[in-house]
Ligand binder design. Structure first.
Ligand code: R2B
Ligand code: URA
Length: 310
């Protein structure tokens, strides 16, 4: 079922800086990062973002604000006296972005187009800011396949709803495919950060990226449904048999666009339910809030370790 794409592309780095694979950008007077409310003409992007090393993305503005406060505590970063954390992109009214020393915490919204737009602008931001070898993380939520709510799942691979290992986008009327690849070394290093004392499981596997929350994920509880419960269960079981551990909605463009830019990336999600048991997300709010801290803890451990060994 899973079709591998054979056209792997070579990372392009110069001096560790992110190289853009777009000749047109260099010819522009300025580049407006419209959805971030930033621009290369209006802001000193090197001064503002030149020290960034980690870009952490997650769906909601609130989760990314929480992560910004949490990482501040973990790495012992102090804001200048009299200042508070500020949503740098607040006037975009699209995404929220917080900066804590070398860490950017930014919301990506829901689904492939939303994270796709953000990735274009974040990759360009890294380029304009002359950031060297940035590392991108997605800190997300998902439905587990045979994994209870609260389980942390690191993506080894990402596939779309047809089992393809690539991100396909129509460009100028033709489909263009970009391989969806996560960095193996980063995954190994993340696994080494798992705390054996955690009272929950952390597993790795293939993540399926769906284009819809309901029918696209085989749910029975959408506004429409044309398949039976038996067909749903057969489908989910077949995913499990092929190594799919979880379903979410952003991993394919996240893996593909970071890989295309030569940026190391990994995705860590927490399961909100086991899809082999139910469709509705009905864990209490406080429980889900605690679950959502779990991927944050793993990524924060990685960042802290990196900064200590620098
Ligand atoms: C996980 O949760 C969201 C849908 O509820 C989506 O953004 C995702 O990937
Ligand atoms: N996010 C998803 O995309 N699916 C789920 O089942 C839960 C969270």
């Amino acid at each position: 079922m899973f079709n591998n794409v054979s056209t792997y592309r070579v990372y392009v780095y110069f001096d560790g800086m992110v190289q853009l694979r777009n000749p047109h950008l260099e010819l522009m007077d300025q580049d407006i990062l419209y959805h971030l409310a930033l621009g290369s003409g209006s802001h000193d992007l090197v001064e503002m973002f030149g020290d960034v090393k980690f870009v952490c993305m997650g769906g909601t503005p609130k989760r990314m604000e929480t992560f910004a406060n949490y990482i501040m505590e973990v790495i012992g970063h102090k804001l200048p006296t009299g200042t508070t954390l500020l949503d740098i992109s607040q006037y975009s009214y699209r995404y929220s972005m917080y900066k804590v020393g070398p860490v950017l915490s930014v919301s990506h919204g829901m689904g492939v187009p939303s994270i796709g737009i953000l990735l274009h602008e974040m990759i360009k931001l890294m380029y304009h800011a002359k950031v060297r070898e940035p590392v991108f993380f997605r800190i997300g939520t998902c439905g587990g396949i045979g994994h209870e709510g609260g389980t942390v799942i690191i993506s080894e691979e990402a596939v779309d709803g047809l089992g393809n290992h690539y991100y396909e986008v129509p460009m100028l009327g033709k489909n263009v495919r970009r391989p969806a690849v996560f960095n193996k070394q980063l995954i190994r290093e993340l696994k080494a950060c798992i705390d054996p004392e955690d009272p929950y499981e952390t597993v790795t596997g293939t993540t399926m990226c769906a284009n819809d929350f309901y029918e696209g994920q085989g749910r029975l509880d959408g506004a429409f449904c044309d398949y039976s419960e038996a067909e749903k269960m057969e489908y989910l079981q077949s995913l499990k048999d092929q190594g799919v551990t979880n379903i979410e909605m952003e991993s394919v463009p996240f893996a593909a666009l970071t890989h295309h830019a030569g940026i190391k990336a990994a995705s860590v999600c927490v399961s909100l339910l086991d899809r082999l048991k139910s469709d509705q997300v009905n864990a209490p709010k406080e429980v889900m809030n605690e679950w959502q801290l779990r991927p944050q803890k793993l990524v924060a451990t990685y960042i802290k370790k990196y900064l200590q060994n620098k």
